[in-house]
Every structure is written in C-alpha cells, then in structure tokens.
Design a protein around this ligand. Structure first.
Ligand SMILES: Nc1nc2c(ncn2[C@@H]2O[C@H](COP(=O)(O)OP(=O)(O)OP(=O)(O)O)[C@@H](O)[C@H]2O)c(=O)[nH]1
Ligand SMILES: [Mg+2]
Ligand SMILES: [Zn+2]
Length: 319
C-alpha cells in the first residue's frame, strides 16, 4: 500500500479532480469507482489520496465527513445536486446596477442559508454605478436577521469608499478571515471579479461580459476553490433559475425566523397575513413605518415562495 495523504478538492470535472495536498502541492487525481457516482466528490471535500498500485497516478480513496453541504435543485431532473462542501460562510452577492438588484433573490438565498446552517452575509457590488437603490433600507432590512451587508465595487476594490453603509472592502476582508466562503448570486453580478480583487490580483478568474451571452463571455461554469493566505473562497456559476421546490410550504415559515416570530401571535390558523384584519398579528401592531415596510417586504417574498412551492402537491414531490 502506498502512503495515504490528506488533501482538499479545489476543482472537479467529471472524473478528474484537482486537489491540494496538505503540503501545499497541487495534484490531479482520479477516484475509486464507487466515488465516481453523482455528488460523491465535490469542491471543498476533504479527501484521502494515494498512488494507484504500480503507477504514478493519484487516486481518491476516501471522502471525509462533510461539515456542510451546498446544493441546488434541478426541477427538470427532479434532483438535488450537491455542488460544494465544507463552507462556513455564504456570501450572497448582488449587483446594484446590471443585473438589477432583487430582494426576492436575496431572500431565497437566506432561506437556503437557514436550511444549510451556514452564516450568510450580503454584498452590494457595483456601487460605483449606484443610482436609485435605497441601500440604507436594503441593509436595515437585513440587520434584524443578523445579516451584515457590505457596500463595495469590485472594480475599484479598496479605492471605493462606502457612502451609505458602515461596511466596505476592509470590513469584508475582516469577516472573511479564517473562513471558507462560497460566493453565490445571479450571473454577471461580479462573483469572479470580487474574488480576483480579494486575491489582490494573484488570481485571475476570467470574468463574464454582462449583456453578451455566448461569444466572448466568460461566465463561470464550474465551482472552484481559491485558497488565499487569509481565507478560502469558492467561485460558483451564476444561477439562472433558483428553485426552492424541495421545501414543503408548511416548513417555510421556520426558514423566515423574523416572520415566524410575528406569525405565532396571529389569532387565525392558516392565516395568509395578507388581509388587513384585526386578529392578524401583521396588521395589529405598534410598528413604526420603517419596521412595517421591512416586515412587509419580507412577507412579500415569503408569500411568493409559498405560492411557488404549493404548486406541486406534497405527495408528488420527489425531492
Ligand atoms: N462597474 C462595475 N462592473 C463590475 C463590478 N464588478 C464586476 N463588474 C463587471 O461585471 C461583469 C461580470 O462580472 P463577473 O465577475 O464575471 O460576474 P460573475 O458573477 O462571476 O458571473 P458568472 O460567472 O456568469 O456567474 C464583468 O464585466 C465585470 O468587469 C463593479 O464593481 N463595478
Ligand atoms: Mg463568474
Ligand atoms: Zn395573520
């Protein structure tokens, strides 16, 4: 038997895995037959590798237990696909210009963060092009959930000074320290660009040209772990459709803890909290305008998701 070495998967493509050995050396490895199925090995996995008997090729023999898993749902295939493992920070990246900022998308990622048990943060990127989005409100909407937000421009990096929020580029680097952070968000919001900038120019991830689909665009197609001196970052492909199809409508409220807190005081069973009725806790309260606006914008996301996940009856959900 050859020596067993510990490593972490930084990239995977079908049957070939790039791994970083604990010594720092990068190697390519294949995997034992039973580990080639489905999501057995994903980016971020900690693995044991050894030389294949009588050859100079490495093989992954074992995948260590995962501390966390990131997955996405393919509605077409009715399948959950694990895309990364062992992350301890979820960076929800959004753009304030193109593509336009959408609260609904942030709220969907927050549902996942809650489900995955991973701390989320939100980045508002492209702030050099900020026009009419009320960043102060968007940030205050997240604060009560314990979600920090950051005002940055990946294009200008440390030269961009936040104008509306207390957190900018320096504070972002601070929270990333010592963590493995996965960057998620729509295509073109600047995930690859932000990661390149955080590497101080040492990593060049080709970036996607917004507005030009196909020719000349460098949209990220595979997740990739980038190990930097102070933190590890995972770049991921932009999402096109973001389904929460696997979640039962009855379980959704627990994934909106801020709304659940209010809903428990509602007098009605099965209340949709939409009608202005006296017994509904969302309508009978002493909130100021700011709080009302915040809670109702979260309720709007919640209602939309409930409608969506209720389309498929529970008994026919395969996920
Ligand atoms: N003005 C401005 N443009 C930016 C900023 N960050 C990124 N961009 C541009 O936005 C485009 C998309 O950036 P990417 O980093 O490729 O976006 P992505 O999120 O990785 O996209 P996918 O890989 O398709 O998911 C590129 O042309 C970037 O140069 C920014 O802060 N300001
Ligand atoms: Mg990218
Ligand atoms: Zn109600």
């Amino acid at each position: 038997m050859s020596e067993v070495l510990n490593a972490q998967v930084v990239r995977s493509s079908q049957r070939q895995f790039s791994c970083k050995l604990n010594s720092g050396e990068m190697i390519d490895a294949t995997a034992k037959g039973n580990l080639l199925k489905g999501d057995s090995i994903v980016v971020g996995d900690k693995v044991e590798v050894s030389f294949i008997e009588g050859s100079k090729e490495y093989q992954i023999d074992k995948v260590c237990e995962r501390e966390s898993e990131i997955f996405r749902v393919s509605v077409r295939e009715q399948k959950k696909k694990i895309t990364a493992a062992n992350c301890n920070l979820l960076v929800i990246l959004s753009s304030v210009s193109k593509p336009a900022f959408k609260q609904g998308i942030v709220d969907r990622f927050l549902v996942r963060a809650c489900q995955w048990g991973i701390r989320p943060i939100v980045i508002f990127n492209k702030c050099d092009q900020l026009e009419d989005l009320d960043l102060d409100f968007e940030s205050k909407r997240l604060g009560p959930l314990g979600v920090e937000s950051y005002e940055i421009s990946a294009l200008e990096a440390e030269n961009y000074k936040p104008r509306f929020l207390k957190n900018g580029w320096l504070e972002l680097q601070e929270i990333l320290k010592g963590r493995t952070a996965i960057f998620l968000g729509q295509s073109g919001v600047g995930k690859s660009r932000t990661i390149s900038a955080l590497s101080g120019g040492t990593v060049d991830l080709r970036t996607h040209k917004v507005g030009k689909v196909g020719k000349g665009s460098h949209t990220t197609t595979w997740s990739e772990l980038i190990q930097l001196p102070l933190f590890d970052l995972i770049d991921s492909p932009g999402i096109r459709s973001f389904s929460l199809e696997d979640i039962n409508p009855d379980d959704l409220l627990a994934l909106f803890p801020d709304l659940e807190e209010v809903a428990v005081h509602c007098k009605f069973n099965n209340c949709q909290h939409l009608e202005n009725s006296k017994g509904c806790a969302f309508h009978k309260n002493d909130w100021d305008d700011a709080k009302r606006r915040r809670i109702f914008s979260r309720l709007e996301s919640f209602t939309r998701i409930v409608e969506e996940v209720s389309q498929t009856p529970i008994w026919s959900k395969k996920l």
